[in-house]
Unconditional design. Structure first.
Length: 180
């Protein structure tokens, strides 16, 4: 029997990072409740972030504080997706790319936000800070490399189901936003 075997990185394209991705012993994607990946999501727009002003701080998200509680979902539009395949040197530049400040990641973790989605390669390209969000007992899932967030209103219904692969620390996702 001839079988063609294909391989794919779990962190390629739009993908979900499991809590286990950077913290051993945390849940893998198949252990996270599906309800985390489907439901209402807040959309925060910061299209000018990056380059000289890459940091998204707690003050930036403060206007959404009442809507960001246990199990909530947050999508962050920075416009960084515009560089994908056009200017990969900037797109993957850890210093220039927009990123959530360490305090912001801790603030979202402490509020028990269930999912954080971004239009950039990482919530924070500096991996030591990226890991901070995973310190909670049930850390948020991280949805990275989203596109078209600029087309979304301030609130949508998000559908972002990863494949159910046992012990997956990251898997591609087809993310869909339903607008009222």
């Amino acid at each position: 029997m001839n079988m063609k075997v294909s391989y794919m990185c779990g962190h390629a394209g739009t993908h979900m990072d499991a809590p286990e991705h950077l913290r051993q012993g945390k849940p893998s994607l198949d252990e996270v409740p599906l309800s985390r990946y489907v439901g209402r999501a807040q959309v925060a727009h910061y299209p000018e972030k990056g380059f000289d002003d890459p940091w998204i701080g707690v003050a930036d998200l403060q206007p959404l504080a009442d809507k960001l509680g246990e199990g909530s979902r947050l999508l962050i539009h920075t416009g960084w997706a515009r560089f994908w395949n056009e200017d990969n040197d900037n797109y993957f530049d850890q210093q220039k790319a927009p990123k959530l400040h360490l305090e912001t990641l801790a603030w979202l973790r402490d509020r028990k936000v269930g999912l954080i989605g971004v239009d950039m390669p990482s919530v924070n390209a500096l991996l030591d800070q990226h890991a901070t969000v995973f310190d909670a007992e049930m850390p948020p899932s991280i949805l990275e490399l989203l596109t078209n967030l600029d087309k979304l209103p301030e609130e949508v219904t998000l559908i972002s189901l990863p494949l159910k692969i046992r012990e997956g620390d990251g898997l591609p996702v087809r993310a869909v936003a339903l607008m009222d």
